[in-house]
Design a protein around this ligand. Structure first.
Ligand SMILES: Cc1cc2nc3c(=O)[nH]c(=O)nc-3n(C[C@H](O)[C@H](O)[C@H](O)COP(=O)(O)OP(=O)(O)OC[C@H]3O[C@@H](n4cnc5c(N)ncnc54)[C@H](O)[C@@H]3O)c2cc1C
Length: 342
């Protein structure tokens, strides 16, 4: 267990924001977490951190950052079912890689998503036609409301699009220490997502295994998304808006090329990237005092820290985008990243 005072978080967030925290403490087990939560200066105000790939540090944080480093990758089988239990601090992509190498099916479409296993259910990570809700069996963690370790079932997590109970009722008071996924040794390939279909059409083969999907997803993601090790970013900064069918129809009358996907019989999802690009922000750059922030030139949904940007600069640009998109389309974009210290 490590506890430091006035700690710099630059290496602990993929946006590369140079922010500090009053306390920084890392835990490698549930016991260590309890010791930390017993300390009044930590319990009073804390924020749990995984790999910092979905977080924006805005100002100096005057509480404690609790860094989840609980290890663990253990699989048990029952027939073709595989229960894969991961420690909250285990790297998500490493879990996907090992699972695919073991010929388990279920999470290969979620390859190359940065972050920790413990954070994966928080925003119900999803990509290429799969969300963690499709495979999550349970999530265990410490509930500060009941002061107990509890195990939540898939239904208890109340998953939605980039949403779960950990972002609503249990926000800030449930520390996920372990997750269990229900995977399968049965071959079940999900390649109906358009980007995957296009990829396999182009290479002229059909996917035969989880490894084929994994390789395709990694290749597509590497060609589309900036690597945070090269350019600071937090992936998609905004959620794709879900509109009522009536609101979507009004927009479609004005913008015939607006892509749209049915969510259910009354709701439609539209790409935030389209709105941001049409609002003229793709490739936008904002500079202040020799610092620079912008919108990625190839992916309008990704805000990038191109030169020592502060958290406030990122937030200002995000607010500028939200205001313009609202003015032009009547749609209020919701941030996907968690803003800390604001
Ligand atoms: C290049 C890039 C690509 C991305 N692509 C995708 C994508 O395709 N799909 C997608 O869904 N996301 C994507 N993301 C977002 C991000 O990878 C996920 O949200 C990921 O799950 C965040 O994990 P983390 O450990 O970095 O969480 P952090 O950023 O550390 O934390 C995120 C939030 O979860 C909370 N949290 C973290 N750990 C715990 C815990 N153990 N218990 C309780 N709360 C916790 C934090 O308090 C915070 O509110 C991408 C990000 C980047 C940088």
């Amino acid at each position: 267990m490590l506890v430091s005072e006035n700690f710099n978080l630059k290496k602990y967030n993929t946006l590369g924001i140079d922010a500090t925290t009053r306390w920084f403490a890392a835990f490698e087990s549930e016991e260590e977490l309890l010791v930390l939560l017993d300390k009044p200066e930590i319990r009073e105000k804390f924020h749990v951190l995984g790999e910092g790939s979905n977080v924006l540090f805005c100002n100096a944080f005057d509480g404690a950052i609790l860094h989840n480093r609980i290890p663990g990758f253990a699989a048990t089988s029952e027939g073709s079912n595989v229960f894969l239990t991961l420690g909250g601090g285990y790297k998500w992509h490493s879990a996907v890689e090992r699972s695919v190498a073991s010929n388990y099916y279920g999470i290969e479409n979620l390859a190359l998503i940065p972050g920790s296993a413990g954070a994966a259910p928080v925003q119900n990570i999803g990509a290429y036609g799969v969300e963690i809700k499709d495979v999550l069996y349970s999530a265990r963690g410490f509930n500060l409301k009941t002061a107990k370790f509890e195990t939540l079932s898939n239904a208890d997590c109340r998953f939605g699009y980039r949403d779960s109970i950990f972002k609503t009722e249990l926000r800030g008071c449930f520390v996920i220490t372990q997750i269990t996924l229900l995977l399968s040794t049965e071959k079940k390939i999900r390649a109906d997502y358009s980007a995957l279909q296009n990829y396999f059409e182009k290479v002229g083969t059909l996917p035969q295994s989880a490894q084929d999907i994994f390789d395709a997803v990694c290749a597509i993601r590497r060609s589309k998304l900036p690597d945070p090790r090269e350019i600071g970013n937090a992936g998609s900064f905004f959620k794709n808006p879900v509109l009522s069918r009536e609101q979507a129809e009004v927009l479609l009358n004005q913008f015939a090329d607006l892509p749209n996907y049915a969510v259910d019989s009354t709701h439609v999802k539209i790409p935030a990237a389209y709105l941001i690009e049409r609002a003229g922000f793709k490739g936008a750059v904002r500079e202040k005092n020799g610092r620079r922030v912008g919108v990625h030139a190839r992916q309008a949904l990704v805000l990038v820290n191109t030169l020592n940007a502060t958290g406030e600069m990122v937030l200002e640009l995000a607010e500028e985008i939200r205001a313009k998109v609202h003015e032009l389309f009547g749609v209020l974009l919701e941030m996907e990243v968690s803003v800390v210290g604001y």
